[in-house]
Design a protein around this ligand. Structure first.
Ligand SMILES: Cc1ncc(COP(=O)(O)O)c(C=O)c1O
Length: 415
């Protein structure tokens, strides 16, 4: 048996996985055309590249009212503010997500209320949402995490019953569909990131799908320094500059040309991965939800069983990295996340609920299990490397499993 690479042996995969982002002469030409046009920025909104991009992105997700912005954090802040959410309002967010999902409503003045996830999907648990609703709750931000979608049937039913705004955080879900309907087209808003690691990228960038013309006009106004963008030209808001630049929109337009083929490629490889991983001991594949009709793959997340391996996901990820497999721990649970420091804000924490920002006493078992012990995030690039790309991952996990006792004995797990 080949010795583990982390113990000095040869790695399973010696060839790097395909780089991201990809580009070719089309991107160079698109950027050059914007440069020579002299219209580089996002003012006045929308420029020609931005107008084309929002129309085409709307076609991808099946949405009519689309706004392009600076990134996928401000899009959620804009959504909160366009919906009239502000000081002291509560917004329910899952505890297993990137910092931005909780920080964006805070930037609008709202208090994020962290709730637990469904262990089958690692997305927000509808029953936890229901249990967290108070008289101050104004919105829910479900996150479509990795390659999964939150249960949008259950979330929308709860939201409608309690008259709540829904902002879908689709930073990972470009191209995803639930019962044939695009991610971001269920809630009042759908927020996407085009940051450089995302599966559609312009370096930095964000997209906000709005449910109707009025929300869209408010959102554009907020992101365009408060200028009116409604049909009458009378709707001013308290705004700032959160516009996307034309240079970014040009890159996003070329990215959209490549997107369908990449989506297909990742889907095929990921279906093959589902099968292969299900055979491995101590590995749990997340739920393959049939209502999730088109899956896109930003990260493929699976769960490992620390009781079977004798160590947690950290050691498995380290060992896989050494085998040439891009595997990450993903996010810690939000209430244990170094990047998330709500106490440094000056938000009023309702005196009746000081525990909102006192996370020492907050226990969300599923988010903690996933974020601190079990979840392994595989990079999207694996799924652009054909079956061999997947076979190498499976071989590497099997190799770590076979030599797990050696890892324990040699003290490689002593964290
Ligand atoms: C789940 C999630 N939400 C929001 C964001 C914020 O997007 P951006 O980096 O474009 O601000 C990201 C990623 O960066 C993310 O992963």
């Amino acid at each position: 048996m080949d010795r583990l690479a982390i113990l000095g042996g040869d790695p399973v995969r010696k060839e790097p996985y395909p780089a991201w982002p990809v580009f070719d002469e089309r991107d160079v030409a698109a950027v050059a055309a914007v440069l020579t046009s002299g219209r580089w920025g996002g003012f006045p909104y929308p420029g020609p590249q931005t107008a084309t991009f929002t129309r085409r992105f709307g076609e991808l997700q099946g949405a009519e009212h689309v706004v392009a912005a600076a990134n996928g954090t401000v899009t959620m802040e804009i959504a909160c503010r366009a919906a009239g959410i502000g000081w002291g309002d509560e917004v329910i967010v899952p505890a297993f997500t990137f910092q931005a999902t909780a920080a964006a409503p805070m930037a609008a003045g709202a208090i994020p209320v962290l709730v637990d996830i469904d262990p089958q999907t690692y997305c927000i648990a509808p029953q936890a949402v229901e249990a967290a609703i108070t008289g101050r709750t104004r919105a829910i931000i479900p996150v479509h995490l990795g390659a999964q979608m939150a249960d949008m049937d259950a979330i929308m039913e709860i939201a409608e019953r309690h008259d709540l705004i829904v902002i879908e955080d689709c930073a990972h879900a470009h191209g995803s569909r639930w019962r044939g309907r695009g991610a971001g087209a269920f809630g009042h808003f759908g927020s996407f990131s085009l940051q450089s690691s995302k599966i559609l990228t312009s370096g930095e960038g964000g997209v906000l799908i709005c449910r109707d013309e009025t929300l869209k006009a408010r959102a554009i106004s907020i992101m365009d320094c408060g200028r009116p963008h409604d049909a009458q030209g009378t709707l001013y808001t308290m705004g700032a500059n959160y516009r996307m630049a034309e240079l970014q929109a040009a890159l996003a337009n070329v990215g959209l040309e490549r997107f369908p083929e990449q989506l297909q490629q990742r889907q095929e490889a990921a279906a093959y991965m589902d099968e292969a991983l299900s055979e491995l001991p101590g590995i749990r594949v997340l739920k393959r939800e049939l209502r999730h009709t088109t899956r896109s793959f930003y990260r493929y997340i699976f769960a490992m069983d620390p009781a079977v391996y004798g160590f947690t996901h950290e050691v498995l990820c380290d060992a896989l990295e050494k085998e040439g497999i891009p595997a990450e721990l993903g996010y810690p649970p939000m209430h244990r996340y170094d990047l998330f420091q709500p106490r440094l804000s000056r938000l009023p924490v309702p005196s009746a609920f000081p525990e909102f920002f006192d996370y020492d006493h907050l226990h969300l078992p599923e988010a903690e299990r996933a974020g601190q012990r079990e979840a392994v995030w595989l990079d999207e690039c694996i799924f652009r490397a054909g079956r061999q790309g997947v076979d190498d991952v499976v071989k590497a996990i099997q190799k770590v499993y076979d030599q797990r006792s050696l890892l324990v004995e040699t003290g490689q797990t002593g964290r």
